[in-house]
Design a binder for this molecule. Structure first.
Ligand SMILES: [Zn+2]
Length: 131
């Protein structure tokens, strides 16, 4: 699976509800999302269904399509603010990742929240310790 596909899959995993809501007004829109999940379940190539989903979202007005749901922008912004802590991009050495490593979703531990559940296999993201 290409990096691009993993990244798009990570966005779908993290923002399933928001994407489904956005597609709600489109005839057969939710089916596009279901197709991605179906292919993931069967272990099939996800490039095509992700492309279709991406294009449909782009057609709805956000030219960035799937990438418009990504939270990457937020991280870029806050990184710029922490000039004093330059180099310390992450508050912790630990991160949670997709249970099967299928998508590129990463969640930073937050004491006030439970780890989120992967949209693709209904299991919580699991802790990966880095050193
Ligand atoms: Zn996932």
């Amino acid at each position: 699976m290409s990096e691009d596909t993993r990244k798009r899959l990570g966005i779908v995993c993290e923002h399933t509800d928001a994407i489904r809501t956005r597609l709600g007004g489109v005839h057969s829109g939710p089916a596009l999302l279901d197709a991605v999940f179906e292919c993931a379940r069967r272990g099939q190539d996800l490039t095509e269904p992700l492309n279709t989903l991406h294009k449909s979202l782009s057609a709805l007005g956000d030219t960035r399509g799937l990438l418009g749901f990504s939270s990457d922008d937020r991280y870029t912004g806050s990184r710029d603010l922490h000039v004093a802590g330059a180099g310390a991009l992450r508050p912790s050495d630990d991160s949670y990742e997709c249970p099967q490593g299928r998508c590129s979703r990463v969640w930073e531990p937050n004491p006030s929240e439970e780890p989120p559940t992967c949209s693709f296999d209904d299991r919580p993201l699991h802790l990966k310790q880095r050193r």
